[in-house]
Design a protein around this ligand. Sequence first.
Ligand SMILES: Cc1ncc(COP(=O)(O)O)c(C=O)c1O
Length: 468
Amino acid sequence: MPTEWASSRDLLLSLDASHGLRLGIESAIRQAIQDGRLRPGEKLPSSRSLARDLGVARGTVSEAYSQLAAEGYLGSRQGAASQVVWAPPARSVPAARPAEQAARWDLRPGLPGGSSFPRHTWARAARRVLPRIPEDAFGYGDCQGTAELRVALASYLGRARNVRSDPAGLMICGGFTEALAIVCEVLRRSGATAMAMEDPCAPRYRQIVSDAGLRVVPVACDGEGIQTAALARTPAQAVLVTPAHQYPLGVTLSPGRRGALIEWARARDGLVVEDDYDGEFRFGRPPVGALQQMDPDHVVYVGTASKTLGPGLRLGWMTLPPPARDPARQVKERLNRGNAVIDQFVLADLIGSGEFDRHVRRLRAAYRRRRDQLLAALAGSVPGAVVTGIAAGMHLLLRPPGEVSGEAILAAAQRHSLWLHTLADYQHFPAAPGSSQVIVGYGTPADHAFRPALDALMAVLTSLPAGA
Ligand SMILES: Cc1ncc(COP(=O)(O)O)c(C=O)c1O
């Protein structure tokens, strides 16, 4: 019977000693290298320590190593650890979509530039907080998130986004994505069957809602945001909206529609899920406060660190009306028992010290400059292009001059190695009106790549065959 042994370098070997110990060790290591479990560059334990772990003579291990070196699997230098030098033939990796592979410039919406993460500020805060984190924080804590982050967020959200919350009603989650999945599960368990969603909206969220067992009911948006009269005609018990900056149209929910949405929720005892994905970034005018403060019992406010810090953190937060708290905790506990605590402590420190605000202000100025640059380039090169939506966030909607199809735009973008989305990517019904409008995400490129990405966009727009 093979025996599993752990070596001092945590190398788990399946050892079959039926043909002798030396052969068993040799073949276990050979197999691990051939399987790719031991990769080139990996150092093996010293013969002395492996021999001790396996309870065999050191010479037995040395002989096995020598044999594997002779076969070309291991290399060793005098006095240094034996090292794997052989690699199995590379497996073929599935090819990326050709357009994605080719695109050199990236103006897709939704991504903050990789260069904007405040590494030094984060590192300083991490050094500050790490020694202070209580030992028990590294156990299974409160699945709603650390008290420190919830306290910091409750005051930040009240101050910066006009959200009414208390730490007990806040839940930390893995970005908006997880918050939506949790809310949908809570709704489904409470008997809800359908969720209304803005049309257009990000398709991945339609998928999350339907995966949770809720029917997606599309409700059209216009220049004032979601059409609340149309919403009232649906059977939905909940609605997902982006009131501060409709995604991707870029408009704000009008004051009249804000009131109507709250009326709808009260009349139906329904739930509004407010996705405030980029509410921090409004240029020139003060931001619109959260809808949630109009009725915290009927609105779940969801915020995310994905735009201000980076999606890789997977950090978001939501306010929960009192009846939803226990059910949401049950879902969260079952899903993952809470999020990584070190990042929560660091973010709480950054918010408390004011560094988060400073970072957001810096980013806001940077995105505003980029938006201005984009508008100036359009005015100079494509004066017939029409930009819609408010001056906010990290994307805008652009109608190229003439009657140009979305396919023609994407084909031109591919020729210029530019990655773009059109409105069609977000519409519920294929080929709906306006589908050839372009959504330009100006937050994505790193600083050095922004100008060339804009040049590529201008080249695409000026090359379009009007009427194609
Ligand atoms: C409309 C919208 N909401 C929310 C988010 C953020 O999602 P998450 O917090 O899961 O990264 C995005 C990200 O692109 C988005 O486009």
